[in-house]
Design a protein. Structure first.
Length: 213
């Protein structure tokens, strides 16, 4: 194992960075989309129920099947990987965003409107900050879940560590096949822990002390 790592150290680091970058960028995109969708839905019970239903049903779609379906319109490479990872990132964040926004005390919103805040300013200055810890919890769930999905995207030649896993499995029993799979799996776990730690730090930096208390 040590020899395998030392001979391919640069390649492993490059693949690890690609994997981290794919998940992190898709997580940011999914968070923006989820907050935008939740902002349009959370005041309407019918739309909120529909958004929750979509987020629940979406999680039942096998990632392999969705990736396979995207080959025809998007081909191979980065595009289908980004779409799939963003899709699965979006679902838990959307559900948490709806829960967080609906959980904001209405009296606080009325007070903000009473002192002259516009609806948009009330949302960004009062509702979103109060809902942010719940949204961040959804982001942490999404980040851990999509680390594995990002590895599956190697099936369509997506970037990241999945290539090591698929390569090892395709020649199981051959030279360095176990090492290839093990390195891919271990590196994904390590990156997932690093990203989760960064999200915890983000929460401490972006959540007011009063809300954390």
């Amino acid at each position: 194992m040590g020899t395998y790592i030392s001979e391919r150290w640069g390649q492993i680091l490059s693949a690890s960075w690609q994997h981290f970058s794919l998940v992190a960028q898709c997580l940011i995109l999914a968070t923006i989309l989820a907050i935008a969708i939740a902002a349009c839905c959370y005041r309407n019970k019918t739309l909120s129920a529909a958004a929750n239903a979509v987020s629940a049903v979406g999680l039942t779609i096998p990632a392999f099947a969705l990736i396979g379906l995207l080959i025809a319109p998007l081909g191979f490479g980065v595009a289908p990987a980004v779409v799939v990872v963003t899709f699965y990132c979006l679902l838990p964040i959307l559900r948490n965003a709806l829960v967080g926004l609906n959980g904001v005390d209405r009296s606080l919103i009325e007070a903000a409107r009473g002192i002259g805040m516009s609806r948009a300013k009330t949302f960004f200055r009062v509702e979103l900050p109060l809902a942010w810890p719940v949204i961040l919890a959804g982001m942490r769930v999404s980040a851990q879940m999509t680390m594995g999905i990002a590895a599956i995207s190697a099936y369509v030649l997506g970037p990241g560590l999945g290539s090591y896993i698929f390569s090892g499995l395709s020649r199981l029993g051959g030279a360095n096949s176990f090492e290839s799979v093990a390195i891919g799996v271990i590196a994904v776990v390590v990156i997932a822990l690093i990203l989760d730690g960064l999200l915890v730090l983000l929460g401490r930096l972006t959540t007011s002390r009063g809300i954390r208390a």
